[in-house]
Design a protein around this ligand. Structure first.
Ligand SMILES: O=P(O)(O)OC[C@H]1O[C@](O)(CO)[C@@H](O)[C@@H]1O
Length: 499
């Protein structure tokens, strides 16, 4: 790759020590000119969204995640004060938990059990893992993010004997999602079995008036934090969904918010060559032909960023993976996202990336600071483990470029609150810009409903056949289908009876 091309397209955000290098994507110089109408439209769509337009028309909702990190952007004083008050309440609550003023039956809360799924778990899990400092964290964090009984038991085993010092935080925007409901009910049973009052060890984050809201209110849970309809689940890290567990863990949420705010400022720049989110979205468009033709491989060279690809998988695939565009045309859009971490992946799938099917583009995430404090020399000449990690990143980039495989490199100074806030904000904005390029609603998720409805029907069939089997255990599949009124669902009945 030429040094001239690198310099031409290199974009830095000095306030964050952040930079993006797009020179290893093989777009021609004329590409930006061909995108100029789309770029202008994406900027004006984004301005309208931030200004409070109904940017999620299907659900008739505003889309306000940018206000969460800069409340002065909120379209009304009422919303601004709700955002500000919420942050104060979170800090106040965390302070009382840390001081022991709010405590469990057995003393000061030492453990945090976060319950939620999708957007109500992936952000908190990513942030908790990325910013964990075991020797100074104020609480140890555990997650229940599924309805897997064995998964529950694994976590309950880890918390065995500690429930009297464990605070459960249940997050569900809708307050009706089955997975967190089941996890909450199973947790409640564990607390009760230990002779403890679950409500005195629990808080929730949910929409006003939801099922979960009423459940928590009736039982007098410690607190109820708000989740507003204008914040999407997958962009809720800076609402109570993300800030509450982070603050309880001891993470500096002001610095997290600052990082996001500074990135939001940088990605508001109308000079697209200086706007890292616009450059990123443009690269997505070029690499995938604006039609998801290539997969996005997220390759952070940092163990702490392991969960970033899972987080981005939901953000990008739930936002962009849409059947129809805003005009109602069938478009079947999206970009597939996967990844783990380097250099580990070099010993796994990077072989295919370099030599196999060229159906991807890589986003390298480089972190300049290798660790706190000094490093041992692992090789003569002062070479450290960190030097190796860096060399593997740079070397893999070279090896991919040499074979015509495209890559983008995002560089962070460190893994800190500020950097994590910034990287989340960068992808929020890039996803929004890209959605505008392809003309889809990035803020709804109609496809998820189909699986939920089908699961509901399957549970109804399960109830019906269980009742019949109780009366007569020898009924055949066909007889069960006939008697339960589910003729045509024999295969499902067979699957439900498999032990
Ligand atoms: O916070 P809730 O309402 O429980 O929803 C959890 C997740 O379920 C979805 O609605 C669908 O997977 C996500 O968009 C959301 O993040």
């Amino acid at each position: 790759m030429s040094w001239q091309r690198f310099k031409k397209y290199f974009c830095e955000v000095p306030s964050l020590g952040f930079s993006i290098d797009i020179s290893r994507v093989n777009f021609p110089d004329a590409f930006f000119g061909s995108m100029s109408d789309k770029i202008q439209k994406a900027f004006s769509d984004m301005d309208a969204l931030v200004g409070g337009a109904v940017a999620n028309p299907d659900e008739n909702r505003m889309v306000g995640h940018y206000w969460l990190r800069n409340s002065s952007l909120a379209p009304s004083d009422e919303l601004k004060s709700q955002i500000d008050e919420n942050i104060l309440r979170i800090k106040e609550f965390a302070k009382k938990v840390h001081s022991g003023e709010i405590r469990g039956a057995d003393g000061k809360f030492e453990n945090l059990l976060c319950i939620g799924i999708g957007g109500s778990a992936l952000g908190p899990e990513f942030v908790a893992d990325a910013l964990s400092r075991p020797s100074s964290d104020k609480m140890s964090v555990f997650f229940l993010d599924n309805t897997d009984p064995d998964g529950f038991d694994l976590v309950f085993e880890r918390l065995s004997g500690k429930l009297g010092k464990t605070l459960a935080v249940i997050a569900s925007k809708s307050g009706g999602t089955p997975e967190p409901r089941n996890a909450m009910l199973e947790s409640q049973k564990k607390w009760e079995d230990a002779g403890l009052d679950f409500a005195r060890h629990s808080v929730v984050t949910t929409g006003n008036g939801s099922k979960l809201f009423n459940y928590a209110k009736e039982r007098n849970f410690l607190e109820i934090f708000p989740m507003w309809d204008w914040v999407g689940g997958r962009t809720s890290e800076f609402a109570a969904v993300g800030l509450l567990p982070a603050a309880l863990q001891g993470i500096d949420i002001d610095a997290l918010l600052l990082g996001a705010r500074l990135m939001d400022e940088a990605t508001s720049n109308k000079d697209f060559m200086k706007n890292p989110a616009m450059l990123l979205a443009l690269m997505w468009y070029f690499c995938t032909g604006g039609a998801g033709k290539k997969d996005m491989v997220i390759l952070p060279y940092k163990d702490r960023l392991l969960l970033l690809s899972r987080y981005l998988q939901q953000l990008i695939m739930e936002s962009l993976g849409k059947e129809f565009d805003l005009q109602g045309n069938r478009v079947e859009q999206g970009i597939s996202v996967y990844g783990n971490k380097g250099s580990t992946d070099q010993h796994a799938y990077v072989q295919q990336l370099r030599d196999g099917v060229n159906n991807f583009f890589v986003t390298f995430i480089e972190v300049l600071k290798s660790r706190e404090g000094g490093s041992v020399e692992v090789e003569e000449g002062g070479i450290t483990s960190g030097d190796y990690l860096r060399a593997f990143l740079l070397g893999t980039r070279e090896a991919l470029s040499a074979k015509g495989r495209e890559s983008i490199t995002l560089t962070l100074p460190d893994v800190s609150e500020k950097s994590i806030g910034a990287i989340i904000a960068l992808f929020d904005r890039a996803t929004g810009f890209y959605a505008s390029f392809i003309g889809i609603n990035a803020y709804h998720q109609p496809g998820v409903e189909a699986g939920k409805k089908a699961a509901g029907r399957i549970l109804e069939i399960k109830k019906a056949i269980s009742a019949l089997i109780e009366q007569n255990p020898n009924l055949t599949i066909e007889e069960l289908a006939e008697k339960s009124g589910y003729v045509g669902d024999e295969e499902l009945i067979f699957k439900l009876m498999q032990k």
